[in-house]
Design a protein around this ligand. Structure first.
Ligand code: GDP
Ligand code: IMO
Ligand code: MG
Length: 427
């Protein structure tokens, strides 16, 4: 064939969570980001809370990508995200206040705005579900994605035409009012319009043509790192539905959320905690309700970054892990919080699910009567936070990491042993 020669562009590496969120993605992205030119978020909004610790500085990011404390990369908030203007401005102010150059933060014109009425609807929706509440973060994420799909949302590109935005807000609050029903504390139309217009001078200078931005970077051979939010098991299509978030958190979501094709994706790195946590309602087969669960919560400081809620804790679930390897096409994994397990006499991994006598896969996670196969490992008593190579870990910790690697079927390329940037062990 005499066709055109293939396009010459670099590929984006993806880092995402393979459990129910809070795996330590922010911490891992921060560690890697010094080698990249762009760090990009592709989905979610300020339901995410990504904590980074550098020296004695600790920050929690909700929407700005976690490469922001490295000097090199630009930070790109992709078209698949939903962003609160107030939240964005507050985060930019917080970062500027600690000396970060926030002109490096770019927002795609395709990203959607989260308005205060989305948060009001989120909370009203949760109240209406009663005992079946999802335990959302109350940030308006579900209603904002609902509006996007209903073609009633407002994009960042549209913010450049404030009159059209005011019309859309009016339509949403007045014409669709009957659909929403009576929602206590629903904001007033004129307040939402005024609030939006007030933020524009701060927000608009960051808005870029998102497709040109990301493709321009890849075509110029820039190194792009893509940062997932939430986790695989919270994906709206492939997680524990309906106990999920409203976006695609898996690797395929990176293509949709940035406007790039699958051929533009390089490595896909899954971040997993050495045990499991979940915040909010929904199936969690390996959850521990005993003193060990309590110990993991205390030692692991397992309290939500966004809402402060205690996180549910349990053993590492390799059935869920293998499921995540498949749906993301993982190339490798990074393990976090191994240090939290120090001092436990025995540690378990869930290696199988059973329904009656029959083996079951991850889709059975919420089924009544699900039974678990556990494999037990010897613990270790040493504190391991200052170790910097996997080979130097105590033998029992090495054996545990090796077992997780075999269970997942992909290489574990690094093990995080503390919240601080440098606390990471490589092979
Ligand atoms: P993310 O949402 O995936 O970025 O994770 P979060 O920041 O919500 O939650 C992870 C928490 O664990 C944060 O408080 C981190 O500072 C902390 N953390 C990350 N990695 C480690 C680790 O290896 N050991 C310990 N002890 N804490 C860690
Ligand atoms: P990061 O990026 C953990 C959970 C909520 C709730 C469900 C739906 O920090 O890992 P939503 O507000 O999205 O409609 O809530 O999803 N959830 C998270 N859990 N980490 C997160 O983000 C989460 N983002 C949403 O607790 O169960
Ligand atoms: Mg988090």
């Amino acid at each position: 064939m005499n066709g055109a020669k293939g396009r010459d562009m670099s590929q984006a590496d993806v880092v995402l969570g393979i459990q129910w969120g809070d795996e330590g993605k922010g911490r891992v992205v921060d560690s890697f980001a010094g080698e990249y030119d762009v760090v990009a978020r592709f989905g979610g909004g300020d339901n995410a809370g990504h904590t980074i610790v550098v020296g004695d500085r600790k920050i929690a990011l909700r929407i700005v990508p976690s490469g922001v404390l490295q000097a090199r990369p630009e930070l790109f908030i992709g078209g698949g995200t939903v962003v609160s203007l107030e939240g964005l401005v507050a985060e930019l102010d917080m970062l500027a206040g600690i000396g970060v150059d926030v002109s490096r933060v770019k927002v795609s014109d395709r990203a959607h705005v989260v308005f205060s009425y989305h948060a009001a609807l989120d909370r009203a929706g949760e109240a209406a579900r009663g005992d079946a509440a999802l335990g959302t973060t109350g940030r308006g994420i579900g209603p904002a994605y609902t509006d996007k799909a209903a073609r009633a949302g407002v994009t960042f590109g549209e913010l450049r035409k404030p009159e059209a935005v005011a019309d859309r807000i009016r339509y949403n609050l007045v014409a669709r009012g009957a659909q929403f029903g009576r929602v206590e504390s629903m904001p007033r139309e004129e307040d939402v319009v005024a609030e939006t217009i007030r933020h524009l001078p701060r927000v608009l200078p960051h808005v870029v043509d998102g497709v040109s931005y990301i493709h321009g970077a890849l075509e110029r051979g820039k190194r792009v790192l893509v940062e997932g939010a939430q986790g695989t098991l919270l994906d709206v299509g492939y997680g524990t539905y309906p106990y999920v978030t409203s976006s695609h958190t898996i690797a395929g979501g990176a293509c949709i959320g940035l406007g790039i094709g699958p051929t533009a994706i390089g490595r896909v790195v899954g971040v997993a905690k050495a045990y499991c946590t979940r915040v909010g309602a929904g199936p969690f087969p390996s959850e521990l309700f005993d003193a060990i669960g309590e110990r993991l919560r205390e030692r692991g400081a397992e309290f939500g970054t966004v809402t402060g809620r205690p996180r549910r804790c349990g053993w590492f679930d390799a059935v869920a892990g293998r499921y995540a390897v498949r749906v993301n096409g993982l190339s490798s994994a990074v393990l976090t919080k191994l240090d939290v397990l120090s001092g436990l006499e025995r540690i378990a991994i869930v290696t199988g699910y059973r329904l009656g006598a029959a083996p079951a896969g991850f889709e059975a996670a919420g089924e009544p009567g699900l039974a678990l196969d556990l494999e037990w490992f010897e613990g270790w008593s040493e504190e391991i936070g200052s170790i910097r190579t996997i080979a130097a870990l105590p033998a029992a910790a090495r054996a545990y990491v090796g077992a997780l690697e075999r269970a997942l079927g992909v290489p574990i390329e690094a093990v995080s042993l503390g919240p601080e940037r440098s606390a990471i062990a490589l092979p």
